[in-house]
Design a protein around this ligand. Sequence first.
Ligand SMILES: Cc1cc2nc3c(=O)[nH]c(=O)nc-3n(C[C@H](O)[C@H](O)[C@H](O)COP(=O)(O)O)c2cc1C
Length: 186
Amino acid sequence: MDIFDVITSRRSIKNFTDRSISNEAIQQLLQIAVQAPNHRLTEPWRFYVLGPEGRGHYGAALGARKAKKIEDPAAADAVLQKVAETHRDLPAMLAVSMTVDENPEIREEDYASTFMAIQNLCLAACAMGLGTHVKSGAVMDDPSARAAVGVGENERIVATISLGEPADIPAPKHRHEASDFTKWVP
Ligand SMILES: Cc1cc2nc3c(=O)[nH]c(=O)nc-3n(C[C@H](O)[C@H](O)[C@H](O)COP(=O)(O)O)c2cc1C
């Protein structure tokens, strides 16, 4: 696949097969991630490759947040357990954090670079026949989720990435033409 095909065929994958993902494949993907453009070469990205226990704890943190919205205690606990299990059962999962610089300009650039690294990883995974699902959300700042990852004090989790062999590939979601959003400025 050339780069255009990889970019257009990448989808967020929700269902994975049971095939395990080797540490070598993950290392290869991380090595591609860190090739991202990065102003001042701050190298703000930090990667946490979560094992089943870490994934389960992260899922439990997310599940607990979902469970809080459910009145019936048994139903709430079932949701918590289900989300924890779904995460534990993922073939692989990473949490990506960034160092938080005190300078807001650097902080913003670092956030951008970290997401470029994430996209590198997602595209490379796609080229290898693997699937990814990037997720963010308020859970990333939850103390239980931070503890599950073991993230450093001066770091902010910016996304998690589920990784595995796709069990099915969703249809592409509609996107407008780029020309709808483009002005050619003389
Ligand atoms: C910063 C970011 C955060 C995302 N967070 C979530 C999320 O919390 N849950 C989710 O199901 N998908 C999440 N996604 C995936 C998007 O929903 C997905 O990219 C979008 O639906 C388009 O689908 P596609 O990636 O298959 O093209 C996130 C994507 C990005 C870039």
